[in-house]
Design a protein around this ligand. Structure first.
Ligand code: CA2
Length: 145
């Protein structure tokens, strides 16, 4: 099983600022942690991060036929991007939404998730471990089908 792990804007800044919200592990450290955690549950991973909405849409479209599922943390585009929602719906791959922080306890503008509307799995507020939890839940759902 092979998943594409997508990260949106500013997630390349992990570990650099706001450690109280996003933790102290940097982007490369997160990639290594998630890659190893996913390998341990039998999931192969490839990673892509972009600060650009259209590039994320392109990556979602390119996933069709290459991956069994998508794990996505769209960053702030979570709360604004119907283009990412539409791309996830267009490819119709099994998809999981991850948020490192607990967005449910943050500002009102973070309370809507457009991308999440196309996801079967939602893992919120579990730090970077949430990516591995999301991959495990998505794998279990795919195997049940
Ligand atoms: O909790 C999450 O994973 C978020 O998707 C992160 C986004 C935020 O806009 C969402 O509401 C929730 C922001 C990512 C920014 O990451 C930073 C990392 C280090 C320093 C500053 C920002």
């Amino acid at each position: 099983m092979k998943f594409l792990i997508l990260n949106g804007p500013n997630l390349n800044m992990l570990g650099v600022r706001e450690p109280g919200i996003y933790g102290t592990v940097d982007y490369e450290g997160m990639v290594n942690f998630v890659k190893e955690g996913c390998a341990a549950i039998g999931v192969e991973t490839e990673f892509y991060q972009s600060n650009h909405e259209g590039s994320l849409v392109d990556a979602i479209q390119s996933a069709l036929g290459l991956y069994d599922g998508i794990v996505i943390n769209p960053g702030a585009y979570t709360h604004t991007s119907i283009a990412i929602l539409d791309a996830l719906k267009a490819v119709a791959l099994p998809a999981a939404e991850v948020h490192i922080s607990d967005v449910t306890k943050r500002e009102p503008f973070r309370q809507i998730s457009y991308a999440g509307m196309a996801c079967q799995v939602h893992v919120i507020g579990q730090g970077i471990a949430g990516y591995v939890q999301a991959a495990a839940q998505l794998k279990a759902q795919i195997e049940q089908q």
